[in-house]
Write a protein that binds this ligand. Structure first.
Ligand SMILES: Nc1nc2c(c(=O)[nH]1)N[C@H]1C(S)=C(S)[C@@H](COP(=O)(O)OP(=O)(O)OC[C@H]3O[C@@H](n4cnc5c(=O)[nH]c(N)nc54)[C@H](O)[C@@H]3O)O[C@H]1N2
Ligand SMILES: Nc1nc2c(c(=O)[nH]1)N[C@H]1C(S)=C(S)[C@@H](COP(=O)(O)OP(=O)(O)OC[C@H]3O[C@@H](n4cnc5c(=O)[nH]c(N)nc54)[C@H](O)[C@@H]3O)O[C@H]1N2
Ligand code: SF4
Ligand SMILES: [Mo]
Length: 692
């Protein structure tokens, strides 16, 4: 396989290198990095890439600040103090790799399932996120990781309803006449979609935001429906009720392209708007108006996002909303339908890239990353298997981002747990490592990216040489494989080769190399004539596959585990949505961005604040039976009465008392997809006698 040449610069003339934003964001921007004398001086959006349109968010505009951050880890580090103390001494790569290989070999000799990889989407790259690492752990026979922490409830819902992670092409939102922005703060987390929504607005479209929090996106929509967290399925069912009683249905589309209509009809008729209004805590008129808008405006498009998924009934909620466009035939138009994730559209060659065949018939157990708190503390048992004895963390910061972090910390603090963390920085998780291995950033390595918010492939070329002794994730796993004595030729594939393998011949690599991105071939209105990728080829209101698992085949409203009103001790519902200037816990250590966010905040409605004697900006304690978290109160109507917004996700060590909002979230899992329920969380808040 030919290798791809690295960029070259003639003397000190500025060099411009095309890349891709690596972050866990639906926009997957195409980047342009300016390099002078081997130093990246500026990262900008590629104006030739239509979705990026030359614009980046504030976070990645500051990417050089992150890459050249004085606190970058640039050499392998070995723990020199107690676990969690953050004390390390530099060691050579050879020493680190040899010792790690020896430790893993010893554990694996007894039972390789005692070793657990732990990774998520610190980079979304196919190469640095899911290639050589997967080969390495397959060859080792380590436990498998169920990567559920973000999107698996909605993903399962899409699979069970449409047959895959598919939907509208994002650019056609610009032509819609009605857009429901449902469970998404698009301005903060999906900026390039928001640009299309703005275009639609200028062309006369109505924008409706459905979100318990009055976000900056809600401010800019015509209508804001501030429902209680975890009540979206009730709202969707009431909309169906209204579509039925007013006959705003596309009977032909329903008859030809859907499955289970009779059952869904019966279920929806149990949800008159009055009932939903009660459950959702919103005026009944708002539901009626929304139904009328949705039933009578064409084309109507729904941008559905992750906000509604992080509760017990998150999967069912996504199923219910996903049924709506088939009822009105919205899919007939290219600007109608819905989009949650487009990632299922890509022809990823996972078997080639990840080589699960290296398991050679072994079937390791699977551990759910969302219950890492409990699982690190679990002893060996016949049902669980061996106790976890080693964890290799990369592209993730579980101590900060996983729920119920008191337990996560306790687990990582185990003196007998061998922990390796591949990182850019001394994160909360890296503090608990036995070894920290310095990883390259996106400016320093090859990668290739799909997107979950558009349908282009974007290539990332390295713009600069690795800083210090940093190595790419793929290189580190290649090196570890060599130290373990693995001889399969796949462990020799270099990063550029892995880039080519990701999509094989299905994507024009020459085009990727020349323009930096390539658009997937796909019809403008993919489901105008049905042809969903589901088993029946229809939009499955009724899922026989769910029914076969003993679950409800039809979508329903499942009340939260921690249902408001069920506990006098913890009367407030807490959601903890992402902050605009961080990306999950990434960028929290970039000072200019942290300064914009200010400090860890809890938004609380003036009525709830007054009832508790809480003043704006004062320090509060947010707590429940799982734990307690101190932060600053923002007394604000961005919070609806009864719901507090614990803005995420701060590094614990940069918080007031070394904790963050996940100290109080729970490890309970969603109805579908085994995902976390971060926003299904009851708390109480009290004023703390301290000045801010
Ligand atoms: N700036 C920035 N961008 C990001 C991220 C980030 O941390 N910062 N994170 C990235 C990641 S990992 C992901 S998964 C995506 C997330 O993408 P989104 O899911 O679009 O995330 P948010 O924009 O926070 O939107 C979630 C919204 O849902 C609301 N919400 C909470 N509970 C409910 C509910 O029960 N029902 C409804 N209808 N709404 C609810 C929250 O108030 C919030 O405004 O964003 C990505 N982009
Ligand atoms: N309370 C609450 N908790 C949440 C959420 C919420 O809304 N509320 N959101 C959840 C969601 S949606 C998600 S996706 C998860 C996110 O959880 P994570 O995927 O853990 O995301 P980050 O916190 O951004 O941590 C990613 C880490 O990867 C590192 N990294 C980046 N690139 C590379 C690389 O190339 N190599 C290596 N080795 N490391 C790299 C970064 O430095 C960073 O520390 O958090 C979840 N947690
Ligand atoms: S984080 Fe999102 S909006 Fe920002 S540059 Fe990356 S892909 Fe674009
Ligand atoms: Mo996520």
């Amino acid at each position: 396989m030919p290798t791809i040449s690295a960029p070259v610069s003639a003397d000190s003339a500025p060099l411009v290198v095309r890349g891709a934003c690596p972050h866990d964001c639906p926009d997957t921007c195409a980047l342009i990095t300016t390099v002078v004398d081997g130093v990246a001086t500026r990262v900008q959006g590629n104006p030739e890439h239509a979705h990026t349109d030359g614009v980046l968010c504030a976070k990645v505009s500051r990417y050089t600040e992150r890459s050249y951050h004085p606190e970058r880890v640039l050499t392998p580090l070995k723990r020199s103090g107690p676990k969690g103390s953050g004390q390390f001494t530099p060691v050579s790569w050879d020493e680190a790799l040899a010792d790690i290989a020896q430790r893993l070999t010893t554990i694996a000799a007894h039972d390789p399932e005692a070793i657990l990889p732990y990774s998520y989407a610190g980079t979304m790259g196919m190469v640095q996120g899911e290639s050589m690492d997967r080969r390495f752990f397959a060859q080792l026979g380590a436990s498998l990781l169920d990567r559920t922490i973000c999107a698996s409830a909605g993903a399962e819902a899409l699979v069970q309803t449409l047959g895959g992670k598919v939907g509208m092409k994002v650019e056609f939102f610009a032509e819609a006449q009605l857009i429901l922005i449902w469970g998404s703060n698009s301005i903060g987390s999906n900026l390039h979609f928001w640009r299309y929504a703005q275009q639609a607005k200028r062309n006369g479209a109505k924008l409706v935001c459905i979100d318990p929090r009055k976000t900056e996106t809600a401010d800019k929509c015509h209508e804001h429906i501030a429902l209680r967290p975890g009540t979206d399925a009730a709202l969707a069912l009431a909309l169906m009720h209204e579509l039925i009683v007013h006959d705003w249905l596309d009977h032909d589309y329903i008859a030809r392209h859907t499955l289970g209509w009779e059952g869904l009809r019966e279920r929806a008729l149990q949800w008159p708007p009055e009932r939903a209004a009660e459950v959702c805590g919103i005026p009944v008129e708002q539901i009626r108006q929304l139904a009328k808008d949705y039933g009578t405006t064409k084309p109507a498009a729904i941008r559905l996002n992750y906000g509604m998924q992080r509760v017990r009934g998150g999967g069912n909620a996504v199923r219910a909303v996903t049924c709506l466009p088939a009822l009105t035939g919205a899919w007939r138009h290219r600007a109608g339908g819905m989009l949650l994730s487009s990632s299922g559209q890509y022809p990823v060659q996972r078997a080639v890239l990840q080589r699960p065949d290296l398991l050679a018939g072994r079937r390791p157990r699977t551990i759910n990353m969302s219950t890492i708190g409990d699982d690190l503390l679990r002893p060996a048992s016949p049902s669980f298997g061996p106790q976890v004895q080693a964890v290799v963390v990369y592209n993730s910061n579980p101590v900060a981002v996983a729920p119920d972090s008191g337990k996560v910390v306790q687990g990582f603090a185990r003196e007998d747990l061998f922990t390796v963390v591949l990182e850019h920085f001394h994160t909360d998780t890296a503090d608990y490592a036995d070894y920290i291995l310095p990883a390259t950033t996106q400016l320093e390595h090859w990668d290739v990216h799909l997107s979950y918010g558009h349908t282009d492939v974007v290539l990332n070329r390295p713009a600069i040489a690795p800083l210090g002794d940093a190595r790419s994730n793929a290189q580190i796993f290649r090196d570890l494989a060599a130290h373990m004595g693995y001889t399969d030729p796949c462990f020799a594939d270099d990063d550029a080769t892995l880039c080519r393998q990701a999509f094989g011949d299905a994507v024009d690599f020459a085009l990727l190399e020349s323009q930096g991105f390539a658009t997937l071939a796909m019809p403008d209105a993919p489901f105008a004539e049905g042809q969903f990728p589901s088993p029946s080829g229809k939009c499955e209101f009724y899922s026989a596959r769910l029914a076969a698992q003993g679950l409800d085949g039809l979508p329903d409203h499942l009340p939260n585990y921690e249902l408001q009103g069920s506990s006098a001790q913890y009367p407030l519902a807490m959601i903890s949505p992402p902050a605009r200037n961080f990306l999950n816990s990434t960028f929290v250590n970039v000072k200019t961005l942290r300064d914009i966010e200010g400090r860890p905040l809890l938004e609380i409605h003036p009525d709830d604040a007054e009832a508790r004697g809480i003043a704006n900006d004062s320090i509060v304690r947010v707590f429940n039976a799982r734990g307690s978290y101190r932060c600053h109160a923002s007394v604000s109507r961005r919070a609806r009465p009864g719901v507090v917004n614990g803005m995420g996700i701060w590094w614990r060590k940069l918080g007031l008392d070394g904790t963050n909002v996940n100290e109080i979230t729970s490890q309970a899992l969603t109805d579908l997809g085994r995902a976390p329920t971060f926003y299904d969380c009851l708390v109480e808040v009290e004023a703390v006698n301290e000045t801010a």
